[in-house]
Structure formats: structure tokens, C-alpha cells
Design a protein around this ligand. Structure first.
Ligand SMILES: CC(C)(COP(=O)(O)OP(=O)(O)OC[C@H]1O[C@@H](n2cnc3c(N)ncnc32)[C@H](O)[C@@H]1OP(=O)(O)O)[C@@H](O)C(=O)NCCC(=O)NCCS
Length: 207
């Protein structure tokens, strides 16, 4: 299996990776941010030939282990075009309702996240620790939700959004594709696509 990325997220999921006793794991990074400590536990490479060799093998599974919605989607497209198959990693310490639907691969859900009934989480999403996603909400592909964010019931989040740490999204709010919600923001109403909002109550950032 390939773990694609050798930064903070790979350290966050290290316990889960070390629990996969049956897997031969190659951590790949082509970024200078690779954390040297990871190589104390797992084999780390930045050689493209190692990545390609691993992906050519029949068991060519990968986990996208880095942040950034667009970057995660780009990595997903790169690895699937090389013949890889995305895997999801759902923490056994998260609380995912049986009625929730993880509708695609390459999803990461970290410890103490709560995903309620009838929530749908799209392909490639990264749901960090202590995130709460209330009933009947929908999270679009490659969206990332940072630690401690609270999405109340019936929230609709588009594709490739980023929701910062501790943000609160009120019930029924829709966030368009490509939105960014700043850390600690409280979002009271719908947000247009590709818009950044910050503050309490959240307001659009104009640059
Ligand atoms: C919203 C955010 C994406 C903006 O990033 P940015 O475009 O680089 O913005 P800047 O740092 O240039 O700040 C722009 C202005 O917004 C303010 N600002 C930035 N983030 C803010 C926030 N979350 N709440 C309130 N104000 C904020 C800054 O103070 C600055 O104000 P000024 O123009 O009066 O000086 C970012 O600040 C943020 O909140 N990121 C979330 C981080 C996070 O949760 N990471 C989780 C990792 S797991």
C-alpha cells in the first residue's frame, strides 16, 4: 500500500497505519515537508520509480495522506491514472452512524469525529478529529473539515471546500463548491461558491 504524503496528517494516522499488520506500506512524498520521524516507523521514499513500481503491483492501493482539497483531488487523479485504487481510513475511535453513507473511496475520518444518521460523505474527504456532522448533511467530494468544526443538521457542503478548526455551520446552511470557512467562524447563511468567510457572524473576505 502507498501512503501518499509524509507530513502532519501521516503522523496523525500513524497509529492506524501501524495497526495494519498485513500490509507492506510505502510512504511516498515528493514534497520537502516530509517529516523525518516517520521513517523511524515506516519506509519513506521520494523516488518516483518506487511509487510507480508499487502502483504496478496487483495490490496497488493508496491512501491520500495530506491536506488541501485541491491538492487531494490532484493526487487522487494522479494515482488513479497510474492504476492505483483509493482506500479509505476510518478511525475505530470515530462514531459513524450506521445510516451514514461514505459514498466514495479515499476518505479519512479521524478519532472522535461524530457522523450522524443519513449523512453522506463524498470521495476524498478529510474529516479531522472531533468534527461533528449532524443528521442529513451532505459533504461534497474532496472537502476537508478541520478539528472541532461543528456542522449542524441538514448542512450541504460543496466539493473541495475547506472548513477551519472550530467553525460552526448553522442548520440548513449551504456552502457552494470551493468555499473556505475560517477557523472559529460561525456561518449563519448560505455561502456562494469559491468564497472565503471569517468571523462571528461569518462575513465574506474581500481581497
Ligand atoms: C480564513 C483563512 C483561510 C484566511 O487565510 P489567509 O487568506 O491567508 O488570510 P490572512 O492570514 O492573510 O488574514 C487576512 C485577514 O483576515 C484575518 N483572519 C484570518 N483568519 C481569520 C479567522 N479565522 N477569523 C477571523 N479573522 C481572520 C486576519 O487577521 C487578517 O486581518 P487583517 O487584514 O485585518 O490583518 C485562515 O486564516 C484560516 O482561518 N484558516 C484555517 C486554519 C485551520 O483551521 N487549519 C486547520 C489545520 S488542521
Amino acid at each position: 500500500m502507498i501512503v501518499f504524503g509524509a507530513g502532519g496528517l501521516t503522523i496523525q494516522i500513524l497509529d492506524m497505519l501501524l495497526g495494519l499488520h498485513d500490509e507492506t506500506i510505502l510512504v511516498f512524498s515528493d514534497k520537502p515537508t516530509a517529516k523525518p520521524k516517520i521513517s523511524e516507523f515506516l519506509h519513506v521514499s521520494n523516488e518516483i520509480k518506487d511509487l510507480e513500481t508499487q502502483l504496478r503491483q496487483t495490490d496497488s492501493k493508496f491512501i491520500i495522506s495530506h491536506a488541501g482539497p485541491q491538492h487531494r483531488e490532484d493526487s487522487y487523479n494522479r494515482l488513479t491514472s497510474l492504476g492505483g485504487t483509493g482506500l479509505s481510513l476510518l478511525s475505530p475511535k470515530s462514531d459513524i452512524s450506521q445510516g451514514a453513507v461514505i459514498s466514495g473511496d479515499s476518505v479519512i475520518i479521524l478519532h472522535d469525529a461524530i457522523i450522524e444518521q443519513m449523512v453522506t460523505v463524498g470521495k476524498g474527504c478529510l474529516i479531522n478529529c472531533k468534527v461533528f456532522i449532524g443528521h442529513e448533511s451532505t459533504i461534497g467530494n474532496f472537502t476537508e473539515i478541520a478539528p472541532g468544526a461543528i456542522l449542524n443538521g441538514n448542512v450541504v457542503v460543496g466539493e473541495r471546500c475547506f472548513i477551519g478548526s472550530g467553525a460552526v455551520i448553522l442548520p440548513g446552511v449551504n456552502l457552494g463548491d470551493g468555499c473556505t470557512v475560517g477557523a472559529g467562524a460561525v456561518v449563519l447563511s448560505d455561502v456562494e461558491p469559491a468564497t472565503t468567510v471569517i468571523g462571528v457572524p461569518a462575513k465574506k473576505v474581500i481581497k
